[in-house]
Design a binder for this molecule. Structure first.
Ligand code: PLP
Length: 404
C-alpha cells in the first residue's frame, strides 16, 4: 500500500510529487527489447501480456489516503504509468510525464517561466512552438529571441540576465537543420540557462538529448512514437528532480493528460519504433539521393547527405538520419503547390512520422503561423515525411509528380 497526498479531483495541493514507482531495471537490454518490455510487466491478475486499458477514473481506498498508488485518473493511471516508464526508459530519463498533446507538454515547460523571463528559440522552430511562445506567453510578459542555433556564438550573444531556457529542435522542422546539442548545453549551462530539446523528429531510437547534457526532452508523440496517424500525444522526459516535481504538479493541476486508450495506442506504437525507424531512414536516404539529381529540385535538405552543413554533427549525435526530407522546387511556390497536389502514394497532409508517406508545403500549411515572422520558410519548400512503403513506389510517385 502506498500513502500519498497527490490529490483527488477536489484537492488543491502545493508541492505535489509523483506517486510513481521507479522504472523497472531493464538498463542492460537493447533498445528494441526495452521498447517492448520496459514498464510493461504482464498483468498480475490475469497474465495478459499487453498493458490493459484502465478506464476507471477512481480507485478504492482501504482507509482515507491508503491506496495502491492510484486514486484518481487525472493524477495517475496505470496505462499512463506504463507509457511514462517505458518512454522515460527509452530516453534514459529518471522521469517521464505524458500529456494530451505535444503542445500541452510544451505549455507545461514554458509555464515554468515568469513575466520578464526570456527564452531563445531556433530560427526555424516548429510553427506551433513559435505561436505558443510569441502569442500566448508573449502576452504574459515572456520575452523571446529567434536565433540560428547552429551558430553557437549567436546563442552566447542572445543570452541575457533573464534568459531561462533555450529550446532546441534537431533536426529542425521543416528545414532539417542540425543543432550541436552538446555545444548549446555548454553555453547555456555556463550561463545558468536550461536546455529543452524537442526530440520529435529524431525519436529516442536515433538520439538521446539527455545523454548530451540537455535538461528536458519534449516529444510530440503524435508523430513517430505513435507512428500510425491515429493518436495525438505529448511527452516530457527528464532526470532533474527539481523540474520534474514542478512538471508533475502541472500535469495534475492543469489536467492536460492523455486518455488511457491513447496511452495504450502509444505503447503499441512504440513496440515497433526501432524497426519502423530503420525503414524510415532507408527510404528517406534513397529519396534524398534521387531528388538531388532531379532538375526540378533546387536543393535537398537531409542530414544524411555529406554536403548537408550539419552532416558531421548529425553523425556524432544521431544513430541514423531520420525519415524527413525537404527540398526546394526550382520553380518556386506554384510549382511546389502543384507537386504536392500531384502525388498519389504520398498523401497531401500535415503531420509526420507515421507508416504512410505524407507530403506538404510548409509555407501554406504547417508553418502558416510563422509567415511574416523571422521564422518564415521558403514558399518553394516541400516537406516529405517518408513512410515505410516499398521504396520503388515512393520513387515512382515523386517522379510522376515532379515530371507532370
Ligand atoms: N514539436 C514538433 C517538432 C512538431 O512537429 C509538432 C507538431 O507537428 C509539435 C511539437 C506539436 O505536437 P502536437 O501536434 O502533438 O501538439
Amino acid at each position: 500500500m502506498i500513502s500519498s497526498n497527490v490529490g483527488d479531483e477536489n484537492m488543491v495541493e502545493e508541492n505535489i510529487t509523483s506517486p510513481k514507482p521507479p522504472n523497472s531495471d531493464s538498463s542492460q537490454w537493447g533498445f528494441e527489447t526495452r521498447a517492448i518490455h520496459a514498464g510493461q510487466e504482464p498483468d498480475e491478475s490475469t497474465g495478459a501480456v499487453t498493458v490493459p486499458i484502465h478506464l476507471a477514473t477512481t480507485y478504492m481506498q482501504t482507509s482515507p489516503g491508503q491506496h495502491q498508488g492510484f486514486e484518481y485518473s487525472r493524477t495517475s493511471n496505470p496505462t499512463r504509468l506504463a507509457l511514462e516508464q517505458n518512454l522515460a526508459n527509452l530516453e534514459g530519463a529518471k522521469h517521464g510525464i505524458a500529456f494530451a498533446s505535444g503542445m500541452a507538454a510544451e505549455d507545461a515547460i514554458a509555464g515554468m517561466m515568469r513575466p520578464g523571463d526570456h527564452v531563445i528559440l531556433g530560427i526555424d522552430a516548429y510553427g506551433g512552438t513559435f505561436r505558443l511562445i510569441a502569442k500566448v506567453y508573449g502576452e504574459r510578459g515572456i520575452k523571446w529571441s529567434a536565433v540560428d542555433l547552429s551558430d553557437l556564438d549567436a546563442i552566447a550573444a542572445a543570452i541575457g540576465p533573464r534568459t531561462r531556457q533555450v529550446w532546441v529542435e534537431s533536426p529542425t522542422n521543416p528545414t532539417l537543420a542540425i543543432v550541436d546539442i552538446a555545444g548549446v548545453v555548454d553555453i547555456a549551462h555556463a550561463n545558468g540557462v536550461d536546455v529543452v530539446v524537442d526530440n520529435t523528429f529524431a525519436t529516442p531510437y536515433l538520439q538521446n538529448p539527455l545523454s548530451l547534457g540537455a535538461d528536458v526532452v519534449v516529444h510530440s508523440s503524435t508523430k513517430y512514437l505513435g507512428g500510425h496517424s491515429d493518436v495525438v500525444g505529448g511527452f516530457i522526459a527528464l532526470s532533474r528532480d527539481d523540474l520534474a516535481e514542478r512538471l508533475f504538479f502541472v500535469q495534475n493541476a492543469v489536467g492536460a493528460v492523455p486518455s488511457p486508450f491513447d496511452c495504450y495506442l502509444l505503447l503499441r506504437g512504440i513496440k515497433t519504433l526501432g524497426v519502423r525507424m530503420d525503414r524510415h531512414c532507408q527510404n528517406a536516404a534513397a529519396i534524398a539521393n534521387y531528388l538531388i539529381a532531379h532538375d526540378m529540385v533546387k536543393c535537398v535538405l537531409y542530414p544524411g547527405l555529406a554536403e548537408h552543413p550539419g552532416y558531421e554533427v548529425a553523425t556524432r549525435q544521431m544513430r541514423g538520419s531520420g525519415g524527413m526530407v525537404s527540398f526546394i522546387h526550382v520553380k518556386g511556390a506554384e510549382a511546389a503547390s502543384a507537386t504536392v497536389s500531384a502525388t498519389k502514394v504520398f498523401k497531401l497532409a500535415e503531420s509526420l512520422g507515421a507508416v504512410e508517406s505524407l507530403i506538404e508545403q510548409p509555407a501554406a500549411m504547417t508553418h502558416l503561423s510563422v509567415a511574416d515572422s523571422p521564422l518564415a520558410v521558403s514558399e518553394g519548400l516541400v516537406r516529405l515525411s517518408v513512410g515505410i512503403e516499398s521504396v520503388d513506389d515512393l520513387l515512382d510517385d515523386l517522379k510522376q509528380a515532379l515530371d507532370s
